[in-house]
Write a protein that binds this ligand. Structure first.
Ligand code: ATP
Length: 235
């Protein structure tokens, strides 16, 4: 119900060409968890997150966010913040201006305290007032992630947030996500790299060819050793 941030129940997505990208997917994410969706390219991670964000509809099954179906346009989707790769930042504007511009597009008022908290958690620091074009890839990624955090959403959805980041940046991301979840909010993040999920998440759902092949805590999944690794080394 209301107290479960996210529940996939028997979710299947078949595209018009008949290809089934996600098949009978069920899992739950609990409050305060950082859940990693792990699987090789084409496993169905992005399709799953797009359904969660209400961008596309499942063919079968339901996705509930705090007990409400995440159908396109559903009011409960305002409790989500999302990051997808290639979020366009304006290079000639500062990080702060980008955040404000992004939020203005939502038509919702932005509390200074929320901006400050997102900036703090994302670790943007004083660079926030420099132009985005002077930022490293990691800093740009952080601004885009801060965008997703701006309204302090109860459920933060990040598609491959560690893509293109170097090991120190991935380590920093771990802190960002764990700090965010430690505030009692919930995070779901996808990656095709076990090492990234291992670094940043508390729980894992492993996907291959559209299906869930394993789930558990990071320790449990690492403990399964070879079996899961073989599955996720698909690319
Ligand atoms: P990636 O890391 O590449 O994003 P993924 O695990 O996120 O991988 P998806 O993007 O969900 O995987 O894609 C799953 C499968 O669905 C892929 O084989 C993809 O080609 C297919 N697919 C995605 N979108 C469509 C579409 N609109 N029509 C047909 N097939 C699609």
């Amino acid at each position: 119900g209301e107290d479960v941030p996210l529940r996939f129940s028997g979710v299947t997505k078949s595209y018009k060409d008949g290809f089934t990208a996600v098949r009978d997917l069920s899992f739950e994410v609990r409050r305060g968890q950082v859940l990693g969706l792990l699987g090789p390219n084409g496993a169905g991670k992005t399709t799953s997150l797009r359904m969660l964000m209400g961008l596309i509809r499942p063919t079968e099954g339901t996705i509930s966010v705090f007990g409400h179906p995440a159908t396109p346009g559903a009011p409960v989707l305002s409790r989500l913040g999302s990051f997808v790769e290639g979020t366009g930042l304006q290079p000639h504007l500062s990080g702060r201006d980008n955040l404000e511009l992004y939020w203005a597009a939502t038509g919702r008022p932005l509390a200074d305290a929320h901006l400050d908290e997102a900036v703090e958690i994302a670790g943007l620091g004083t660079a926030l007032d420099k132009r985005v074009r002077s930022y490293s890839q990691g800093m740009r990624q952080r601004v885009a992630i801060a965008q997703a955090m701006l309204g302090l959403p109860d459920l933060l959805v990040l598609d491959e947030p560690t893509n293109g980041l170097d090991p120190p940046q991935i380590h920093a991301m771990r802190q960002v996500l764990q700090d965010y979840a430690a505030t009692g909010r919930t995070v779901i993040v996808s990656s095709h790299l076990l090492a990234e999920i291992e670094q940043t998440c508390s729980h894992v759902v492993v996907m291959a060819k559209g299906q869930k092949v394993a789930e558990g805590t990071v320790e449990e999944i690492i403990g399964t050793g070879g079996a899961v690794l073989l599955v996720v080394q698909g690319d």
